[in-house]
Design a protein around this ligand. Structure first.
Ligand SMILES: [Zn+2]
Length: 443
């Protein structure tokens, strides 16, 4: 499936899509009504143009559907599910950082397709059954938690589920004792380990013998300054960045040794559309196209989400990769809900961070944009707080902040006012999913 040309994949997708649309229309009163309201009939569905008339699905709608099913049926999976709730074997929850969590159910069939996608990712990392894998993510019901372990066990890996919440000392001791081939965690946790292990133990992450580190859950694994520091801190381990999409059987894409974007490898079960974030019109999947990702899990058994708006903005590369592996590549640009508007220009926070850490070797990745209102519109000069690696004189501080302001102006075309903080003064903590969370509301 991964090696098929895009035209053959499109044919398979269209057949599966037709089947999916008829299935949800016939088995779910919710979809039946939704499609009728949008004036589309799956029995008449023939072409890709037909699909562009189908309505989208988003987080607010999913939340409302699940609220309703709690009241009507007494289960949290939503009015839109197409299976008997008793056939659900595993439940995942969204991280809930943007409101009430939503729940996704996985039947036996859903787990099998999830296994298939996981296997594709592991083969791409050259992981073989029997390899030792240290799981240092958070072992929660989040998609990047226990489900990961489910996939690794199925693959035949030797799983060491230490979990990020066991603390730096325990993770370090376990890694030193078990000498894993691969470690899985968020990029910020990998950086945190590099800093804290030598401080708190007499161990050094370089000596663990870890050959590969696969990061997920946050941007970072595809940013050179970040994956290079992770690799270096763990004695030259190869790093991979893995990601997925809501409503599908994630993972769907993984980076390679060339670090030239994430190869998409799941076209046969996760239909990806790239749409214009404003007009929501589908864009052709071709080299250089940039837009918002929309997913349809073509084989989702329990709760198919038809045309799910993931709100992630990506750039597509279709040119062959130097690693030789198949699959067009995606470069994550930011989230459409995190996007700022400065003088009418779209600015992604991670683009700001990229420029800042590229400009000075004296700063950490801890970069904050200060926003005083809920609106995405920010008036220049944009306030940016940056953490310094070590003690610096006032003169040096001035030079660094001026250099960053000039670089931001040159690269992103807005005026910034950069404020530098000594190490430890811009506090961060990890939320329930292991992702970074901002504690100090003043910044
Ligand atoms: Zn590649």
């Amino acid at each position: 499936m991964e090696s098929l040309d895009i035209a053959s994949l499109r044919e398979i997708q269209l057949l599966k899509l037709q089947r999916l649309l008829v299935r949800v229309y016939e088995t779910s009163a919710y979809y039946n009504e939704k499609f009728r309201r949008a004036d589309v009939n799956p029995h008449k569905f023939r072409t890709w143009e037909d699909y562009s008339a189908y309505p989208f699905f988003d987080k607010d709608e999913e939340r409302a559907s699940q609220e309703q099913s709690r009241q009507v049926y007494g289960h949290p999976f939503g009015m839109h599910i197409c299976c008997n709730p008793r056939s659900i074997q595993r439940v995942s929850a969204s991280s809930g950082t943007t409101g009430t969590p939503t729940y996704g159910g996985y039947t036996r069939r859903d787990r099998e397709i999830f296994f298939e996608n996981s296997n594709r990712a592991y083969v791409r990392m050259d992981l073989v059954p029997g390899d030792r894998v240290l799981f240092a993510g958070v072992m929660s019901m989040w998609v990047g938690g226990v489900p990961f372990i489910d996939g690794l066990l199925n693959y035949g890996a030797c799983v060491i589920p230490v979990g990020a919440l066991s603390g730096v000392e325990r993770v370090a001791q376990t890694a030193a004792d078990t000498r894993p081939d691969l470690m899985l965690c968020t990029p910020s946790f990998a950086l945190y380990l590099i800093e804290k292990i030598p401080e708190r133990t007499n161990l050094n992450p370089r000596d663990f013998g870890i050959k590969k580190i696969c990061v997920y859950g946050e941007p970072g694994g595809s940013i050179k300054e970040i994956y290079s520091r992770i690799s270096e801190g763990f004695g030259g381990a190869e790093t991979y960045d893995i990601s997925g999409g809501t409503g599908t059987h994630s993972p769907l894409a993984i980076s390679c040794e060339a670090h030239a974007g994430m190869h998409y490898f799941a076209d046969d079960n996760a239909l990806l559309e790239i749409v214009d974030p404003k007009s929501l019109q589908p864009l052709p999947l071709e080299d250089g196209v940039e837009g918002e990702m929309v997913f349809t899990g073509l084989e989702r058994d329990c709760g198919p989400l038809v045309r799910w708006r993931d709100k992630d903005i990506v750039r597509v590369t279709t040119a062959p990769c130097e690693c030789g592996r198949p699959g067009y590549r995606l470069e994550f640009r930011g989230r459409s809900d995190d996007m700022l508007l400065v003088k009418g220009v779209n600015v992604f926070p991670n683009a700001v961070r990229d420029v800042v850490i590229r400009t000075s070797s004296e700063v950490t990745e801890n970069v904050r944009i200060v926003k005083r209102t809920a609106s995405p519109v920010v008036e220049p000069p944009v306030e940016i707080n940056v953490e310094l690696k070590s003690e610096t004189t006032e003169d040096q501080k001035l030079t660094i902040s001026r250099a960053i302001e000039a670089a931001l102006h040159a690269a992103l075309h807005f005026r910034a006012s950069v404020r530098l903080f000594d190490r430890g003064q811009l506090k961060v903590e990890y939320g329930a999913t292991g992702k970074l969370r901002i504690l100090d509301k003043r910044y």
